[in-house]
Design a protein around this ligand. Structure first.
Ligand code: FES
Length: 190
């Protein structure tokens, strides 16, 4: 994942600025292109939108969707909204934390589902999401934008092992796809 310097940040912001476009939409565009919202863009955004740097930073950090650092090659998102919670999402999230050795919104190095000794570069990051629109198939999660429904701890272990053993994990900077299409691509149905 590329590191964004200030000079590149100005170009990045310029590519996503449109008259009247709200900050939220601009941030979505920046993250879709770069894979995260580099802190270097904050100054340019603040100046362009006549906001303070603190206001822009506060906006970015308010929404869990936005990353301020490059994601690991494998991004795991678990829905923490109500329907999924009622179907075991919290227990699933705790299992994932134990299995990967990190907590949500952190990165971890894992090898075939077990935490490494720490010297390896981070391979997995955990992120919360709040409703993926598949509440009837709870609990729902994504691995590198691919949606998985009715996930149990055992199912998660198998999915993670498959992704980690893949020679080329999908890029976490891929734009989100429609949930139904992703489910279909994964061979999962209701
Ligand atoms: S609450 Fe999890 S998909 Fe809607």
């Amino acid at each position: 994942m590329l590191k964004i310097e200030t000079i590149q940040a100005e170009d990045l912001v310029a590519r996503h600025m449109r008259p009247g476009l709200p900050l939220l939409s601009i941030l979505h565009g920046i993250q879709a292109e770069a894979g995260y919202v580099p802190p270097a863009v904050i100054g340019s955004l603040a100046q362009a939108l006549n906001l303070s740097r603190a206001e822009v930073y506060g906006f970015i950090t308010y929404y869990p969707h936005f990353r301020t650092a490059p994601a690991a090659p494998v991004v795991i998102q678990v829905c923490r909204a109500e329907a999924c919670q009622s179907m075991g999402a919290e227990a699933l999230a705790q299992h994932i934390e134990r299995r990967t050795g990190c907590r949500f919104a952190e990165h971890a190095a894992v090898e075939h589902g077990s935490p490494s000794s720490g010297a390896t570069q981070a391979q997995v990051s955990l992120e919360p999401v709040y409703c993926l629109g598949l509440c009837a198939l709870s609990p729902v999660m994504t691995i590198n934008q691919r949606v998985h429904a009715r996930v149990t701890p055992q199912k998660f272990d198998a999915l993670l092992a498959g992704v980690l053993s893949s020679p080329a994990p999908l890029s976490p900077s891929l734009k989100p796809s429609h949930a139904a299409e992703s489910l279909s691509a994964a061979g999962e149905t209701a």
